[in-house]
Design a protein around this ligand. Structure first.
Ligand code: PGA
Length: 245
């Protein structure tokens, strides 16, 4: 792969303390010297507690910060334990992940996800919209049907989609070390791109320095949403380097 604009999104999930921010230094240093840096978009999505200090640390770099979820209510309100998109924006987030399967699993419906996306767009955040089938759905061979429904309902009544990136994350590949077969993955990305015209589609699920060579050969993928491996700056840098090799 040579000159293609690629996204590398780090999803730290519920990991990380103030000390973890020290490792960002390696990534900033690497990116400055990296020959392909103008094609490389890095977005860190730490837990909400780290958005502010992380944004400060990355202020003079090209790396931006995002959040992992938000409440659907645009205004302040009596919602104990939650934050909305405007509050995330206020502390430095530029992006927000919405529809992650870990949140779908704990009850987020397509309708709620749609409300969250609308609310976050209003707050001028960019969206990383996650979709993906479970193992059961894959076995039933209804992957495309599920993805179609998630896209249709998740993006219902949203006309301007230019600030929405889709991340295809098969639920069975998240944190398991398993990735889809290359042909299968190419086909699904192609299907999503046809449904959802003119947009970036990323892959997520067990992306690591070992399988990146296989993944990068799938040339319709526009980048990766990386969980576990993104918490280790060495592995994260390795993934980026190998993508362009
Ligand atoms: P993983 O997570 O890379 O650890 O599989 C990806 C994700 O959940 O976004």
């Amino acid at each position: 792969m040579t000159n293609k604009y690629m996204y590398f999104i780090a999803n730290w999930k519920m990991f990380g303390s103030l000390n973890s921010l020290n490792s960002l230094h390696n990534v900033v240093k690497f990116l400055k010297k990296f020959k392909k840096n103008k094609y490389t978009k890095i977005i860190y999505c730490p837990p909400n507690t780290l958005i502010r200090p992380m944004s400060k640390k990355l202020k003079n770099s090209n790396i931006v910060v995002g959040a992992q979820n938000c409440h659907e209510n645009q205004k302040y309100g009596a919602f104990t334990g939650f934050v909305n998109s405007a509050m995330l924006k206020n502390v430095g987030a530029k992006y927000v992940i919405i529809g992650h399967s870990e949140n779908r699993k704990s009850g987020e419906s397509n309708k709620l996800i749609n409300a969250k996306i609308k609310s976050a767009l209003k707050a001028n955040l960019k969206i990383i919209f996650c979709i993906g089938e479970t193992l059961k759905e894959k076995r039933k061979k209804i992957t495309k049907k599920i993805l179609n429904k998630q896209i249709k309902l998740g993006l219902d009544h949203i006309k301007n989609k230019k600030n929405i990136i889709i991340a295809y994350e098969p639920v069975w590949s998240i944190g398991t070390g398993l990735i889809p077969k290359a042909k299968e993955l190419y086909d699904i990305i192609d299907f999503i791109k046809k449904k959802y015209k003119n947009n970036k589609v990323l892959y997520g699920g067990s992306v690591n320095p070992k399988n990146i060579n296989e993944l990068k050969s799938i040339d319709n993928i526009d980048g990766y949403l990386i969980g576990g491996a993104s918490q280790d700056s060495k592995k994260f840098i390795d993934i980026i380097k190998k993508t362009y090799n």
